[in-house]
Write a protein that binds this ligand. Structure first.
Ligand SMILES: *Cc1c(COP(=O)(O)O)cnc(C)c1O
Length: 362
């Protein structure tokens, strides 16, 4: 017993999540390219569904999310009984840690992995284990080497944030098959929709009992402000997650707008194609002025600079131009800046500003 008010072990080790900033003092016409949002916003069908939902704000929402799960299952060819919806995929990550990891357990994430894995692990009282990447790419052998009989969860995002890199299906399968029997592989597919023809791990899930995927409406679907995500996995795991899920974790407007969004496959496809086109253009424009990046599979580019000082100076330069990008020192990439692929005008502004920065008088 302790005689002071204190949180559970691990909680005070959490560094609070820092979101992308959205304004610059004294600069108007600001473009926010720091949170990987869809520059075009949600489609009209999602917006209309959201507007209609205002009629039923006095009603409690569905507790089983049957309509949204049904729509997700239909569009992606999944079993609706093994879909779980949450307040962003962040909530699914939280459920996984809460349900499967506690004091003494280890949860693996990779060196440049998404910060929520560590936060949710510590919040559950478990121990985060960081594993090296190979040149900003997830290293399956390093992860397998780091597994112990205490490993309960392994988180990788594919494509990854903030690197934008991806590993192939065979590598993911090798990882799933090499894990110790008590460990679950979590494939974070926040950017899966940006990769043409990618099943985000669906085939792997259908043939194994230790793989779960998380997905979101926050990126390609342009609904980051709404907070809707989902997970898919083996029945036994989804049943467990549903026990820790609050009965009303999603509101009516969230459910309705997300359902309309997932059914609007034409809009999603349009956004994916536009992202692919502008991403290639932006990467090339930056490379031409001496700022390389790994080939990105997502809706952002991780621009690499010669030094931390140069990255910081470029960030300040862009900020003064009203262009807000993301510093990624917290992801152990202090010499890089993560730049969301915006609309065409924004991409041109970024390319122009980075060129001017590189050509400035020093
Ligand atoms: C943006 C992002 C998410 C999505 O979070 P939501 O809670 O669904 O908004 C999840 N994982 C990664 C790697 C991300 O970049």
């Amino acid at each position: 017993m302790t005689d002071t008010i204190s949180p559970q072990p691990g909680i005070l080790d959490i560094k609070p999540y820092k979101g992308g900033t959205s304004h610059v003092d004294g600069v108007s016409n600001v473009v926010k390219l720091s949170s990987n949002e869809n520059p075009f916003g949600p489609g009209d069908k999602a917006k209309e569904a959201f507007a209609r939902a205002v009629q039923s704000l006095h009603r409690y929402p569905s507790t089983d999310h049957a309509a949204l799960r049904g729509a997700i299952a239909e569009v992606h060819g999944l079993d609706p009984d093994r879909v779980i919806c949450g307040a962003g995929s962040d909530e699914i990550i939280t459920f996984l840690c809460q349900a499967y990891a506690g004091p003494g357990d280890e949860v693996i994430h990779t060196r440049h992995g998404f910060s929520m894995y560590r936060i949710s692990t510590l919040a559950a009282g478990a121990t985060p284990v960081e594993v090296a990447e190979r040149e900003r790419v997830v290293d399956v052998d390093a992860i397998l080497d780091a597994c112990t009989d205490r490993t309960r969860l392994v988180f990788i995002a594919n494509p990854a944030n903030p690197t934008g890199t991806m590993i192939g299906g065979n590598e993911v399968a090798r990882l799933a098959d090499g894990l110790p029997p008590q460990a679950i592989l979590v494939l974070d597919g926040a950017y899966a929709e940006y990769v043409e023809g990618y099943d985000a791990g669906k085939a792997l899930i259908e043939t194994r009992d230790n793989v779960v995927m998380t997905r979101t409406f926050s990126k390609l679907y342009g609904l980051g402000g709404l907070r809707v995500g989902w997970g898919y996995g083996p029945k036994a795991i989804i049943d467990v997650l549903n026990r820790v899920r609050g009965p009303f974790n999603l509101g009516h407007a969230q459910l309705e707008a997300a359902e309309a969004a997932v059914r609007d496959v034409d809009y999603a496809e349009k956004c994916r194609i536009e992202n692919t086109r502008l991403r290639a253009w932006l990467a090339e424009a930056l490379a031409e002025c001496g700022v390389p990046s790994d080939t990105s599979c997502a809706n952002f580019i991780l621009a690499r600079f010669a030094s931390v000082d140069e990255a910081d100076a470029c960030d300040a330069w862009l900020k003064a131009e009203g262009l807000i990008v993301r510093k990624v020192g917290g992801y152990q990439l202090p010499h890089c800046l993560r730049i969301t692929v915006g609309d065409e005008a924004s991409c041109r502004r970024v390319a122009h500003a980075v060129r001017a920065f590189k050509e400035r008088d020093l």
